[in-house]
Write a protein of this length. Structure first.
Length: 520
C-alpha cells in the first residue's frame, strides 16, 4: 500500500497559516507534530467474482414473453402468469325481449351465447422513444395459453410476495394437457404497420364455450363480479402464457385483454328490434337486423397479480466459472459480487477520518459480431447481499449510505464510477465491531458468514426519477422508484478471482482519501 500527501493537505495548511504572519501563526508554529492535520490517499485491493442471481423480485407492470439465445450466455425463456380484473359489479347486456302491450323492447343480445372469445397481448411498437420488443422482429414464434387451476387459487394469497420472484414454479398452477389457446406471431406484424395505434397486438383464439360459461355465471351469480378478487376466486383464476416455439425475440407486454363476441339486435329509439329494408350481404329484406360485436370485457391491471418467470440455460454457469472476468446479466442472470477489505481498512485507518472512498467498475467494450446484441445496463446499484431481499420487497430507495446507484458512462467512458461510498465502509465496519462485541467469541464460521452477507452485489436496475423546477428556474431531481432491470442487457467487467503468486491477478481498486492527525 503506497501513501502520498494530496493537494487537500496543502490547502488545509494554507487555511490554517494564511491569515497573517503575526501572532495568529504562533500556535501553528509551536503545535506538537502529533497534533498536525494532513490529508492522504491510498488504495486497497478488492476481489470480484460472478455469482448466480437465481431469481429477482420483479415489481413491474410489464410482462415478458419469448426466448432469446446468444453465444455468450445461451438462451433464456420468459413467460408469465396474468390474472384478469373486472369492472365493479359488471353485468352483461340483457337478452332482447319485446313487450307487445307497450310495443317496446328491452335488452339487445340475441341469446345467452358467446360467439367468439380471444385473448389479446398488447405491446408497444419499437420507435425512437419506446421499445416494445427486443431481438429479431421477424422470427416466427408461437404463444400458448393455459388457464390457472385451483392450486393457484389456494396459494396466491398465502404469501403475497412469492409470486413476484422470477423463479416461481408455474408447473403446478396449470395442466399442460389443457391448452386453451395458441397462435403463431412475429414481433413486427406488417398487417398492423399502417395502423395509427402506438401498439402492436397478438390475438389468441379461445373457445367461445368458455365465454358462455362466464356469461351464465354473470346471470346466476352477479356477486362473483363484484370486484377483481371475487372474479378471480369464482369465475376466472387467470392465465399462464408461454412462447413454446421460436428463438430470438422477447416481447415487453403492456397488458393482456380478454375479448368476448356476441350477436346483437339493432334497435330503434323504443328499443324494438329492426328489420332489414334491403337485401344485402348480411341478410334478406324483412329479416332481423342482427350484427356481431366483440367487447373488451376483462383485462390485466396493476391491481391484480402478474408474475414473470425467467429460465436460463446451463451455459450461464460458464460465466460463474470464469476467474479472469466478472459479469452482470439481466434479467435475473448473474451479478458481480465484491468483497471489500473492511478489516484491512480498519487496521490501517481505524484512527483516521475517511473523507472519500471511490470505487470504479470498468467494462470491456462490446465486440459482438452479431447484428442484434445486448447493450450494457444503463444503471447499476451496489447493495450488500444481506440487504437486497428487504430492499426490493419494501420498494426502498438508494440512500447513499448502504445503497448507491450510478449511470453507465456518467463520468468516464466504459465505466460505472461510485465516487464516494465512505458511508457504506464506515457503517459496515461499525456493524462488525458491534457484532463481535455481542458475540464474545468470533469463530471462523461467524467470520465466513459475515463476509458472505456483506458482499456487495452489482445489480442492473431501473431508477425512476421526478424533476421539479422552481419558479426561479432551478431543478431538483428526486429518485421515486428502484426496480430490477428485466430487459436483456449485460456487461463484462474487469476483475475476477484469478490469483498469481498469491495475489489477485486483476484486482479492483478502492481509492481512499483520509485525514490523519500527527505525522504520517
Amino acid at each position: 500500500m503506497r501513501l502520498k500527501t494530496t493537494g487537500l493537505a496543502f490547502l488545509t495548511l494554507l487555511i490554517l497559516i494564511g491569515c497573517d504572519d503575526t501572532t495568529d501563526t504562533i500556535g501553528w508554529e509551536i503545535m506538537p507534530i502529533e497534533d498536525t492535520l494532513a490529508t492522504y490517499s491510498t488504495s486497497f485491493d478488492v476481489m470480484s467474482e460472478t455469482v448466480k442471481a437465481d431469481s429477482v423480485y420483479a415489481r413491474t407492470q410489464t410482462a415478458y414473453l419469448g426466448r432469446y439465445s446468444d453465444p455468450e450466455f445461451g438462451y433464456y425463456d420468459a413467460s408469465f402468469i396474468s390474472e384478469m380484473t373486472t369492472a365493479e359489479n359488471y353485468k352483461f347486456p340483457e337478452v332482447y325481449k319485446y313487450d307487445p302491450a307497450t310495443q317496446t323492447g328491452t335488452g339487445m343480445m340475441v341469446s345467452d351465447e358467446c360467439t367468439e372469445m380471444f385473448l389479446r397481448i398488447a405491446y408497444s411498437k419499437n420507435t425512437n422513444s419506446t421499445q416494445g420488443f427486443f431481438g429479431d422482429s421477424l422470427t416466427a414464434c408461437r404463444v400458448s395459453v393455459y388457464e390457472l387451476n385451483g392450486q393457484w387459487l389456494a396459494e396466491r394469497k398465502s404469501n403475497s410476495r412469492f409470486y413476484r420472484y422470477t423463479n416461481i414454479d408455474v408447473s403446478k398452477y396449470y395442466d399442460k394437457e389443457d391448452l386453451v389457446g395458441s397462435t403463431a406471431y412475429t414481433a413486427h406484424d406488417y398487417s398492423q404497420s399502417s395502423s395509427s395505434s402506438s401498439e402492436n397486438y397478438i390475438d389468441i383464439p379461445m373457445s367461445p364455450e368458455r365465454g358462455t360459461q362466464i356469461l351464465k355465471l354473470n346471470r346466476e351469480h352477479p356477486e362473483y363480479f363484484a370486484n377483481s378478487e371475487t372474479f378471480t376466486t369464482h369465475v376466472l383464476p387467470g392465465f399462464y402464457l408461454e412462447s413454446d416455439y421460436g428463438d430470438g425475440t422477447i416481447i415487453y407486454v403492456n397488458r393482456v385483454i380478454l375479448y368476448m363476441g356476441f350477436e346483437f339486435y339493432a334497435t330503434d329509439s323504443l328499443g324494438v328490434a329492426m328489420k332489414k329494408s334491403v337485401t344485402d350481404e348480411y341478410g334478406e329484406a324483412g329479416t332481423d337486423s342482427i350484427y356481431h360485436a366483440k367487447e373488451f370485457i376483462f383485462a390485466s391491471t396493476p391491481e391484480v397479480i402478474q408474475a414473470n418467470r425467467f429460465v436460463h440455460s446451463e451455459k450461464l454457469e460458464e460465466k460463474i466459472e470464469d476467474l479472469d472476468n466478472t459479469y452482470i446479466k439481466s434479467p435475473a442472470g448473474v451479478f458481480t459480487a465484491l468483497t471489500l477489505p473492511y478489516d484491512e481498512i480498519y487496521q490501517k485507518l481505524g484512527n483516521d477520518t475517511l473523507n472519500s472512498v471511490k470505487l470504479t467498475l470498468t467494462n470491456y467494450p462490446d465486440q459482438s459480431i452479431y447484428e442484434i446484441g445486448m447493450e450494457n445496463p444503463s444503471e447499476v446499484m451496489i447493495i450488500r447481499k444481506k440487504d437486497m431481499k428487504e430492499f426490493f420487497e419494501t420498494n426502498s430507495l438508494p440512500d447513499n449510505v448502504t445503497t448507491f446507484y450510478v449511470k453507465h458512462n456518467a463520468t468516464e467512458s466504459n465505466k460505472y464510477v461510485f465516487n464516494n461510498i465512505s458511508n457504506l465502509v464506515k457503517v459496515t465496519i461499525n456493524e462488525k465491531l458491534e457484532e463481535k462485541a455481542k458475540a464474545g467469541t468470533w469463530t471462523a464460521a461467524r467470520e465466513a458468514k459475515w463476509v458472505e452477507d456483506n458482499k456487495l452485489l452489482v445489480v442492473p436496475v431501473v431508477v425512476d426519477t421526478y424533476t421539479q423546477t422552481s419558479t426561479y428556474g432551478t431543478s431538483t431531481t428526486t429518485v421515486v422508484g428502484t426496480a430490477h432491470d428485466l430487459k436483456p442487457c449485460y456487461a463484462r467487467l474487469v476483475g475476477g478471482k484469478a490469483m498469481v503468486n498469491g495475489k489477485l491477478k486483476n484486482p479492483l481498486k478502492l481509492e481512499v482519501t483520509y485525514t490523519r492527525f500527527g505525522a504520517q
